[in-house]
Design a protein around this ligand. Structure first.
Ligand SMILES: Cc1cc2nc3c(=O)[nH]c(=O)nc-3n(C[C@H](O)[C@H](O)[C@H](O)COP(=O)(O)O)c2cc1C
Ligand code: SF4
Length: 596
């Protein structure tokens, strides 16, 4: 048998021939060559007892899986608006020109491809790019790009590129409880074991901790539902998908405070009666995989994971890490579970919620990285102490990922309830026109709203805080987000699949100067429709930035309206250019505009 076959066989054996590990198997199987041929997929399908169609369906869903040969060097530039503002499009064009390759295509010699990818979670140190999905490049500039082109042409392995290019800084600018308190591994677990499962639940409820991943659900209520659902097996899942554009706090928690996260997960296991934990790490953060695995091993060696955690017969628990493969929708908890089970990440119908029927149909606690980190501190200092920080409905501290037009981008941790203006002052923002809070799916605030507070009582947030000064064109900001949602729509339901595409096309039409007021009305109509008709939160929130910017920055749209009358999005004259070329006719009479 071929080497390829042997390599796949080894991956299958390592993953125990389990169908739910399909995504991990595909990721690992393509590691050697960067792609998997059809016969490889067929081999995997047969070994797992799946159909080829099922395996092909999964491999075609995730952007970091490839079914055709790819270049030895695959450079993906982060496409977030903050990377754009730092010059990413010009750098990508420079690299393409130097290597003689078109964006999105493989070079003729099969050596390199250069393309875009959604936000890589490095907005505080962009422009950023991924190489071969595994290496991150930060703070790119024209000099680095020119040097990179030389190294690629000389076929120098990525491992031999200058180490400084791969440096990722934490950029913690303001630390509070989570980022600033020294933590001794094991201390929160010993506190949890002393409290017992019921005591842990009591402290969690007393803390009124709400999830930090977006929906803000009360963690105590979720854990209660999980432990009260009758089952033989339960799971604890950490959502480390962090795909929301402009968010990078989980990256830093995982890079420098992962003990807090793992300890929070282990305490959850004690509280709900789980023996297995899973971290779903976004593919863009796969550079964190080895350090995290090493930390898990150290925790096993120290007795903080395993068959008797802290030497106690009361708790047996271990944690495994699954790596995603480039799909924002996987951050939605039910899509994440589908992905963990090795399928296409289509969001599930809810109810039942994951706490009742989650991973492999078992009750599952799914929480964000920051939520688990907070649990560890709550166990050490008590729920009442945590509830005393922040505001009545938003207890504790919150980490904000600050990027864009400011002197000091990075992480800022404050008690909930901090005003937007305070953060702007602390990060060195000047002449600020707008702040996009909570990522692309969040809310866009204009200057009169900077007095507002970041808390569930006022402006909820996942933690993204993108700053735009008065030099920025807010229409282009909204257009960038429209393309993001079109790109990331999973395609499962028509209102979102078609709606996000219609929105992006109309924004392009406006950008090209062909828009009319009717287009603005249609955009607002699409917003209304998608809010009510889509299957999951991605589609429901996709038009948020559009709606906010039309309401608050209307002149940015109106200056593009060449006509007050409707102009169709479909440009018939342009479409006929192919026919004109084929018939060698390009005279005036062959153009629609000249017809009577
Ligand atoms: C489109 C979409 C993307 C999401 N992405 C994330 C994410 O990257 N990380 C996260 O923790 N939650 C994300 N969520 C929220 C999760 O569905 C879920 O509410 C969260 O993981 C629960 O954890 P928490 O209660 O600790 O916040 C996303 C939701 C939607 C609709
Ligand atoms: S709303 Fe969008 S992302 Fe969600 S299921 Fe529908 S198509 Fe998929």
């Amino acid at each position: 048998m071929s080497r390829r076959h042997d390599a796949i066989q080894a991956v299958l054996a390592r993953q125990g021939h389990r169908p739910e590990m399909l995504l991990q198997i595909l990721r690992e199987a393509q590691e050697a060559e960067g792609w998997i041929a059809r016969d490889g997929l067929a081999h995997i399908a047969q070994a797992l007892g799946l159909t080829l169609a099922e395996v092909e369906g999964v491999s075609s869903f995730y952007r970091f899986l490839h079914r055709r040969p790819v270049g030895r060097y695959r450079v993906l530039f982060s496409d977030n608006i903050t990377d754009h503002m730092l010059g990413a499009p010009a750098l990508m064009a420079q690299l393409c020109a130097l290597l003689g390759v078109k964006p999105g295509e493989l070079s003729r010699n099969g050596l390199v491809s250069v393309a875009h990818t959604s936000c890589t979670g490095l907005c505080d140190q962009g422009p950023a790019a991924l190489v071969n999905h595994r290496h991150v490049l930060t703070r790119l500039d024209a000099g680095r790009v020119a040097h990179m082109a030389e190294l690629i042409r000389a076929q120098v392995p990525v491992s031999q590129w200058p180490a400084a290019w791969f440096e990722v800084h934490d950029n913690v600018r303001r630390a509070d409880v989570l980022l600033g308190t020294p933590f001794e591994p094991g201390s929160a677990l010993r506190a949890a074991l002393a409290l017992g499962a019921d005591g842990v639940m009591d402290e969690l409820k007393r803390s009124a901790l709400r999830g930090r991943g977006g929906a803000g659900y009360v963690a105590g209520a979720k854990w209660t539902a999980c432990r009260e659902t009758p089952a033989d097996i339960r799971y604890v899942v950490c959502n480390a998908d962090e795909g929301e554009p402009g968010t990078f706090k989980d990256r830093v928690l995982l890079a420098s405070h992962a003990d807090l996260v793992f300890e929070g997960m282990t305490a959850a296991a004690l509280a709900v009666g789980a023996r297995q934990g899973l971290v779903y790490l976004r593919g863009e953060y796969s550079w964190l995989l080895e350090p995290l695995r090493a930390l898990l091993q150290r925790r096993r060696d120290a007795g903080l994971l395993g068959s008797a955690v802290c030497g106690s017969g009361a708790l047996a628990f271990d944690i495994d890490i699954h790596v995603g493969a480039g799909a924002y929708v996987c951050g939605e908890e039910s899509s994440l579970l589908e992905s963990l089970e090795g399928r296409r990440a289509y969001p599930r119908h809810r109810p039942p919620f994951p706490a009742e029927s989650g991973y492999l149909g078992r009750p599952t606690v799914v929480n964000n990285v920051e939520t688990f980190a907070a649990v560890s501190h709550i166990l050490l200092r008590g729920g009442a102490w945590w509830a005393g920080i922040g505001t009545p409905r938003s207890t504790g501290t919150k980490i904000h990922s600050v990027s864009g037009d400011c002197e000091r981008p990075g992480l800022y941790e404050y008690p909930y309830g901090t005003r937007v203006a305070q953060i702007l002052q602390d990060c060195g923002a000047h002449d600020t026109q707008a702040v996009q809070v909570g990522g692309a799916a969040g809310v866009c605030l204009a200057a009169p709203e900077f007095v507002r507070r970041l808390a569930y009582e006022d402006v909820p947030t996942t933690g993204a805080f993108m700053v735009f000064d008065r030099s920025r064109d807010m229409f282009e900001v909204a257009r960038n987000f429209a393309h993001f949602f079109e790109h990331e729509s999973c395609g499962f339901c028509t209102p979102c699949r078609v709606g996000t595409a219609l929105v992006a096309r109309r924004m392009d039409k406006l950008a090209a100067g062909h828009g009319s007021r009717v287009d603005l009305d249609v955009l607002l109509e699409l917003d209304g429709l998608m809010h009510v008709a889509t299957h999951c939160g991605l589609g429901a929130t996709a038009c948020n930035p559009l709606r906010d910017t039309i309401a608050k920055f209307r002149p940015a749209y109106e200056k593009r309206l060449k006509s007050l009358h409707f102009e169709p999005a479909f440009d018939l004259d342009a479409e006929l250019s192919v026919a004109r070329r084929m018939t060698s006719r390009d005279d005036a009479a062959a153009h629609l505009g000249t017809l009577p």
